[in-house]
Design a protein around this ligand. Structure first.
Ligand code: PMP
Ligand code: GLU
Length: 395
């Protein structure tokens, strides 16, 4: 069979591949500590699930408009623009089957052959693939390692060309957990506006932030709208509401681009599953109830963050890590463990899986084979067991 050029460079998602393999090994009886994919280990709050069940019984099981139920678009617009200078306008929001689809929609609608898209590196594994699927060229750009790889306008200027059309960043970052301050984000947004570059800001971990109780990490919409050019901000229910499997994400952009993304989606998948949208409305609208559940989850993430850093300091002092300010990952160096048989993170991670039964994701997936990423969205016991096992092999 001859396959299309569209997918000539396509590779499956490394994060999904490793976590699937880990689950298969566990199902086959292997003792596996799975610290690969980043998904909260909590159950979706019961009252959110109940809203979907009630919706199904009430017959909310049909197609919705491509961009999502109007009530959900409005609620997502309010959620994303709270405390900002941007209008809570549902016409600027498109609801998709996960932020993954939101990001794909944005890339496909904005970029094409001949375009270059800068990607803050290390990056979430799917960004370069999405850009490539749009037939544009991903250009990874890393800030200084001493600065947790966060970008400056100078880094961007050095990497840009006359063909640069877009910039994709995540803050809090997957995989590093690094967070842009509002002023740094402002400098980047200003650079993008001056350069005519669309900024895609992935803020799915915005509320998983350790900068203060109830605080959200600074986002692109917190900036002065007059100082910001074209932007797409993506967020969703997966992480903050422990709803990965429900598949609801959303983007906030201009009404013009939102209409195009909706048109694209109307041909590709139409709408995020209707019961999932109904559940998401409940989650977003019942703010006080949601705040209590989110606070409990954040407390666990914060405790695990301290736990994993303590364990690394004690047991793996040779593996320097980036101190995460948000999200639920630890991104650490493994190049100090390279030897005759292992000269990249992929080899080290294979060794860890085979010899210690620990599944983590090699840095190749994020653009840097000197590092590896473990998820801390697992129980304290699993995290502790995972790091202890890693230390036996790597230590
Ligand atoms: N962006 C980042 C940085 C992520 O880690 C994820 C995790 N899957 C996503 C987007 C997509 O999330 P979802 O499709 O589940 O909304
Ligand atoms: N975003 C999570 C991760 O990076 C989930 C898997 C995925 O969608 O890539 O592990």
């Amino acid at each position: 069979m001859t396959l299309s050029e569209n997918i000539a460079k396509l590779r499956p998602s490394a994060t999904i591949t490793v976590s699937t393999l880990a689950r298969e090994l566990a199902a086959a009886g292997r003792d596996i500590v799975n610290l690969s994919a980043g998904q909260p280990d909590f159950r979706t709050p019961e009252w959110i699930s109940q809203a979907a069940i009630d919706g199904i019984h009430a017959g909310r099981t049909r197609y919705t408009p491509a961009a999502g139920l109007p009530e959900l678009r409005e609620a997502a617009a309010r959620y994303m623009t709270r405390g900002t200078g941007y209008p809570a306008d549902g016409a600027r929001v498109v609801v998709s089957a996960g932020a993954k689809q939101s990001l794909f929609n944005a890339c496909f609608c904005l970029f094409g052959p001949g375009d270059e898209v800068l990607i803050g590196s290390p990056y979430w594994t799917s960004y370069p693939e999405m850009v490539t699927l749009a037939r544009a060229e991903p250009v990874p750009v890393a800030g200084s390692a001493d600065d947790d790889f966060l970008l400056t306008a100078d880094d961007l200027e050095a990497a840009a060309s006359s063909r640069t059309r877009g910039l994709i960043i995540s803050s809090p970052s997957n995989p590093t957990g690094a967070v842009y301050s509002r002023s740094r984000l402002g400098a980047i947004a200003e650079w993008a506006r001056e350069r005519g570059v669309t900024l895609i800001s992935d803020e799915i971990y915005q509320e998983i932030y350790f900068g203060g109780e109830g605080a959200k990490a600074p986002g692109a919409l917190d900036l002065d709208p007059d100082a910001v050019g074209n932007i797409v901000v993506t967020n969703g229910m997966s992480k903050t509401y422990a709803m990965t499997g429900w598949r609801v994400g959303f983007s906030y952009t201009s009404a013009e681009l939102a209409a195009k993304m909706s048109a694209l989606q109307s041909h590709v998948s139409l709408n995020a599953a209707t019961p999932s949208q109904v559940a998401s409305i409940a989650g977003l609208v019942q703010e006080e109830r949601a705040a209590r559940d989110k606070a409990a989850m954040l407390e666990a993430f914060a405790r695990r963050r301290l736990l994993v850093m303590r364990l690394f300091d004690e047991l793996l002092p040779g593996c320097a890590y980036i101190r995460p300010e948000g999200a639920f990952y630890l991104y650490f160096r493994v190049d100090g463990c390279f030897d005759d048989e292992a000269d990249c993170a992929g080899d080290i991670c294979t060794r860890l899986l085979e010899e210690a039964g620990v599944a983590i994701v090699p840095g190749e997936a994020f653009g840097d084979p000197r590092y590896a990423r473990m998820s801390t969205a697992s129980s304290d016991e699993e995290i502790e067991a995972g790091v202890r096992r890693m230390a036996e092999v790597l230590g």
